[in-house]
Ligand binder design. Structure first.
Ligand code: ZN
Length: 258
């Protein structure tokens, strides 16, 4: 009796895993802007809706918008220049750039569909317009690369696998699987960051900015880290040294293809 029960559980577990894998694999598509193969289960319209819906929450989390309209206009101007001169304009995304009031947290991020944010803490550390273009270009890269949507599908897959293992075998194994799944997802995150740096350099060159200043941004991030403090931006991003090398390669690649 007990053995039979275990068999049924195992079969259900396998079914859950198979369902998650099939769903993930059937969502394969090539990103038209980066040429990369991805697994995405939501549409561009859904990405835009998710981004717009989460924007007020994001703003509240970082102390609202920065009160100075001139700075906000400056951020808008640089962001629009990057979009209007690159493939970003050819997408259906709606780009909005938000300067957040938070003067402590060094951070910049993008929601799916085109909502892009930079904190005053990071903004005030930048030395010139080109560096701001570097930060915003990187974030536009996340939107175009559809990195959030990609990660959402991966999380779905991970959850499906974990549920399957938990039902089919036992929870202690599921924990082991969770640890492995985490590492896999982190690795993808890193690749996303490097792809965004690469796209950021490409947008900077197209819009007439000096792409070398992307390296300046990395140096600012590195020195902002300090001995005991890791800024949020950096905890989710690869080591700036590592990124600098890749940025140099991207500059060479896009400059010669102009
Ligand atoms: Zn990033």
């Amino acid at each position: 009796m007990r053995t039979g029960n275990r068999k049924v559980k195992l079969l259900i577990g396998i079914a859950i895993v198979l369902f998650a894998v099939i769903k993930y694999c059937s969502s394969a598509e090539t990103n038209p802007y980066t040429g990369k193969e991805q697994h995405i289960s939501i549409s561009e319209e859904q990405e835009i809706a998710i981004g717009l819906q989460s924007t007020p929450q994001m703003q509240a989390q970082y102390g609202g918008l920065y009160p100075d309209d001139n700075y906000q206009a400056f951020v808008d101007n640089v962001g629009e220049k990057l979009v209007n001169n690159s493939i970003a304009k050819k997408t259906g995304y709606q780009y909005d750039f938000h300067l957040l009031a938070d003067a402590q947290t060094i951070n910049a991020f993008a929601l799916p569909g085109g909502q892009i944010f930079i904190t005053y803490a990071l903004f005030s550390k930048l030395e010139n317009e080109d560096q701001l273009a570097g930060v915003l270009g990187h974030e536009i890269g996340h939107v175009l690369g559809r990195h959030s949507a990609d990660r959402m599908s991966k999380q779905d897959l991970t959850q499906g696998l974990l549920n399957g293992v938990a039902v089919g075998i036992d929870p202690s194994t599921a924990q082991g699987a969770a640890a492995i799944a985490n590492i896999i997802n982190m690795k993808y995150g890193r690749e996303d960051e490097l792809e965004s740096d690469d796209l950021g350099v490409r947008f900077m060159i197209k819009a007439g900015y000096n792409p070398e200043e992307m390296i300046g941004v990395m140096k600012i991030l590195k020195s902002a880290a300090g001995p005991n403090r890791t800024p949020e931006f950096q905890s989710t991003h690869p080591d700036p040294e590592n990124r600098i090398q890749k940025i140099k390669e991207a500059i060479k690649k896009y400059k010669t293809s102009q």
